[in-house]
Design a binder for this molecule. Structure first.
Ligand code: ADP
Ligand code: ASP
Ligand code: MG
Length: 876
């Protein structure tokens, strides 16, 4: 279809923000997109642009009377001239006149008083410059663009009670449908038009400004007035996210929102869309989209009236610079008209109040700096007036942190972790909006740093933010910008392995199946790390003989925590030299130490009492010592194995005492060990443990081996990144260089075996109860305890229907008579899932069978091993 003719009355409005207009190739994108939209939709296109990025900040400083204004103007001129050179345009011909206007504003008679109308003229120059150079460039590229002065079309409307500042520098415009306006606008001859955001016409003929970030609103006004098909906001992020992606890299793209939620997210701090830009579009029924100029092919965020309503938190946003005004009155609620008196004084100063909290004797309100001019003069005047009726305290600067989403009230029970996090800060005010769309906490600005990423994670963790709802939530920011490493396709998806599993399932379920090649691959990856001298596999994760042999064949020793595990090792791998066996029990009975010492394996102790109570057992031996570095870490509170509340490890304060006791018994302490927990996600953790242990080893003097434990995580969910072995290994190498005299020892468990194992189970029943569909499995928490014990996640797949799309939502439960017998809630499985299908619980190779029990007198699961590469040691 050819470009729409000027006569077309269908419009699309495209708005490009500061960064989107500051580079030549982005103007090429603007031209291409405008033409594409016109061609595809048979519509006319109005492009609205911001000033080049950073320019409005400079102009604001100049309007505020900065002492170095002349220099700033000179720099602005230079910046625009340089950009015109990049665009290969003649600077004087294109911008000569406009630059002269900018210079002249510095010698304007209104400068001294910093008159508001002069400030507005200054601020508006950025958009006038950018739109002028943009139109010239696009025309030079052969596009038929007309330049439009936005002030000719957008009239500022004066709202009652606005102060003079707002009436000039933070105005709104009337968008009531007006056929004459629309007709006149459409009469402009060019098919494509380019205009400025941010500026409008004041009733006195001068310029009026729409407020910082107001170019979005300009686009919305034009969209509403033109009854446009769509308003597209093109910016430097590919949509509205569940938090500012620059602060929370794990923020999710919000793919589709209704106007109300989008409004709330914008109002509460998501700078990506100006808060005043949504209502005009909503009222006129114009759909909006937020898109990324640098990545124009991404779908972005759509905002319209037909978006599906999904309850839950959609976003968390933050506004800085909030001012709280706390007013202490005497018997205020009983006093007729107290609040009226208070608010009359805010009105007098043209201040709009945002949040309100009240008690018997106190009213506290917040002022949002993006809606108000809240400088010290204004606050002093307000305080003086308020002092006539109450005691006033101004608390600033504060940050308002807001959770946005439908049905906040019904979510409160899921927010306990979030409340707990705020519990550590001083919360000045909590406010729940009466439209049930937001919950806001006001805290000191200084306390807010670093809080959003943690809150965002807690919201997902606690199910309050339903990120599995793919109709609303898209990928994470980090994923979009390419900062995420993906876990590989699991072995069991391969056709051959899948068929093998289905045939094994026919022999009966529940059944664990281990894929030996996966164990071997993990073992080899660890064996290839040069800084590590000795590796032990912690067999508590999975003590299947075939796995033990395969791991030993890769050069690992084995680490045991009980006599039973030692006996398993001696039976399964009889050829393993005892030096390659570690015994690291916790609160084991005396007889188990005696057994281990008798066998000649390396024993680790972690308390002084054992030496004191059983001196003859240990006299003259070589032992390792496990210390507690004073803190724990890990994927769940229940797997943290350090710190005062943990039963593991000798506290550092008692190391001296331990060593004295050992010396008296002629014991040599030759190994030093610490293990802080399981599933620790930061690669830096072990480097630090190594470093701390190195320091302690130096003091002890007899240490030969430093054992930094295990705890390496695996990616259980699609969102988990695979562990960064390279970063881990680099960190270890660095510390190794500082302590070259020690053997570095590791003892991972989960990392080697978790991904190798799956639990197969048959579907017993599919039952619907009051809106929740449950798939029953013949395996329960007795077969795989991790979900019940740690809220652990295991992917669930219907192996029988692996090629069907998994689009229906089910809870997956077992047959055990416990409410916690749930493998996963709201999991996606094929709609046809039915009795007899084989379900697969993934990544169950670690702490699956080894924790299984016969609760409810259900039998232990069966076990099979498949798929080794022949190098897996002894017979099975
Ligand atoms: P433009 O100059 O294109 O108008 P803005 O800087 O005004 O761009 O808005 C885009 C910025 O908004 C992003 O770079 C991002 O840092 C910020 N932002 C804050 N909150 C959000 C959010 N929830 N989603 C997306 N972006 C956000
Ligand atoms: N240039 C103006 C600002 O920076 C308006 C906008 O970009 O939205 O505030
Ligand atoms: Mg903006």
């Amino acid at each position: 279809m050819p470009s729409a003719s000027p006569a077309s009355d269908r419009w699309i409005v495209l708005k490009f923000g500061g960064t989107s207009v500051s580079r030549r190739h982005r103007w090429d994108t603007i031209g291409r997109l405008a033409k594409q939209r016109a061609d595809e939709n048979g519509a006319r296109v109005l492009v609205v642009v911001s000033a080049l990025s950073g320019v409005t900040n400079e102009l604001t400083a100049i309007a505020d009377g900065a002492a170095d204004s002349a220099e700033r103007v000179a720099k602005l001129e230079q910046r625009h001239r340089e950009f015109l050179a990049e665009l290969e345009l003649d600077a004087d011909a294109v911008l000569g006149e406009r630059l002269a206007v900018l210079r002249n504003l510095l010698v304007d008679p209104r400068v001294a008083s910093r008159a508001l109308d002069w400030q507005a003229e200054v601020l508006g120059q950025g958009e006038l410059l950018s739109s002028t150079l943009g139109a010239a460039y696009l025309r030079a590229q052969g596009l038929d663009f007309g330049w439009v002065d936005a002030r000719h079309w957008l009239q500022a409307s004066i709202l009652p009670n606005q102060n003079a500042w707002a009436q000039r520098l933070s105005v709104s415009c009337n968008t009531a449908p007006d056929q004459d306006w629309r007709r006149a606008f459409a009469e402009q001859p060019n098919g494509l038009l380019l205009t400025q955001g941010f500026i409008s016409r004041h009733a006195d003929g001068g310029t009026a400004i729409l407020g910082r970030g107001g170019s979005d609103t300009s686009a919305a006004y034009f969209g509403a007035l033109l009854g446009a098909q769509r308003v597209e906001i093109w910016t430097d992020v590919p949509g509205m996210f569940s938090a500012n992606p620059r602060e929370v890299p794990d923020a999710r793209l919000l793919t589709r929102l209704d106007y109300y939620e989008a409004q709330e997210i914008a109002t509460t701090g998501a700078k990506v869309l100006h808060p005043r830009s949504i209502k005009p579009c909503r009222d006129a029924g114009v759909a909006m989209a937020i898109l990324d100029t640098e990545r124009p092919d991404l779908p972005g965020t759509s905002i319209d009236g037909n978006a599906r309503t999904v309850p839950g938190v959609k976003a968390i946003s933050r506004r800085n610079g909030i001012v709280l005004v706390s007013m202490e009155g005497i018997g205020m609620w009983q006093q007729v008209g107290f609040l009226a008196d208070v608010f009359a004084r805010f009105k007098k100063h043209g201040l709009s109040v945002d949040l309100i909290g009240s008690s018997e004797t106190n009213v506290t309100v917040s002022l949002d700096p993006s809606e108000n001019l809240v400088n010290t003069d204004v606050l002093a005047a307000l305080s003086a007036d308020l002092a006539e009726i109450c005691r006033v305290k101004v608390i600033a600067p504060c940050t308002a942190i807001t959770l946005v989403g439908r049905g906040m009230r019904s979510l409160l029970h899921k927010l306990s972790d979030v409340w707990a996090m705020f519990g550590r800060e001083r919360v000045h005010l909590i406010s729940q909006s009466s439209n049930d769309l937001n919950l806001t906490f006001v805290i000191d600005e200084a306390d807010a740093d670093g809080l959003l990423p943690v809150l965002h994670a807690a919201l997902i963790e606690s199910d309050a933010m339903p990120v599995e709802e793919t109709s609303v939530f898209g990928p994470r920011w980090r994923e979009i910008v390419g900062g995420v490493r993906r876990r590989g396709t699991p072995w069991w998806r391969a056709r051959g392995e899948r068929d093998a599993l289905l045939s094994l399932a026919r022999a009966g379920t529940p059944r664990y199946v281990y894929h030996l090649a996966t164990v071997q691959a993990r073992a080899r990856a660890l064996a290839a790390i040069p800084a590590i001298d000795r590796r032990f596999y912690a067999i508590k994760a999975n003590s299947h003989p075939a796995l033990l042999n395969a791991i030993v064949a890769e050069g690992f020793g084995l680490e045991c925590v009980s006599q039973g595990e030692l006996e398993r090792v001696f039976a399964a791998v009889p050829a393993l030299p005892v030096q390659n066996v570690l015994f690291t029990p916790s609160f084991a009975p005396r007889g188990e130490y005696a057994f281990a010492l008798d066998k000649g394996v390396t024993v680790t102790l972690d308390n002084v009492e054992a030496l004191k109570h059983w001196p003859e057992l240990f006299r003259g031996r070589e032992l390792w010592l496990r210390v507690d570095l004073g803190r724990g870490d890990g994927h769940h509170d229940k797997v943290k194995t350090g710190g005062k509340t943990s039963k593991f490890g000798l506290p550092l304060s008692r190391v001296e005492e331990f060593l004295a006791e050992a010396r008296a018994l002629d014991i040599r302490i030759v190994g030093l060990h610490a293990h802080l927990g399981s599933g620790v996600e930061t690669a830096q953790h072990w480097r630090q443990v190594f470093d701390e242990l190195g320091g302690i080893a130096e003091q002890i003097g007899t240490i030969q081996s430093i054992d930094i434990g295990g705890g390496l995580p695996i990616p259980y969910t699609e969102d988990d990144e695979p562990f960064d072995l390279e970063a881990w290994s680099a960190g270890l190498a660095e510390i190794k260089a500082a302590y070259p005299g020690y053997q570095l020892v590791i003892e991972p468990g989960r990392y080697l075996v978790a991904e190798s194992g799956v639990l197969l189970t048959h579907v017993t029943q599919v039952v619907e109860k009051q809106g929740i569909r449950r798939v029953g499995a013949d395996a329960g928490m007795n077969a795989l305890m991790r979900p019940a014990l740690y809220d652990a996640w295991h992917d669930v797949a219907n192996l029988t229907r692996l090629d069907d799309t998994a689009e229906d939502v089910f809870d997956v439960v077992g047959p055990i008579c416990e409410s916690s017998d749930v493998f996963g809630k709201r999991r996606r499985l094929p709609a046809a899932t039915a009795e007899g299908d084989v379900l697969l619980l993934a990544d169950a190779g670690a702490y699956g069978y080894s924790m299984a029990n016969t609760y409810n007198l259900r039998e232990l699961p069966a076990e099979d091993v498949i798929g080794g590469d022949g190098n897996d040691g002894a017979a099975r």
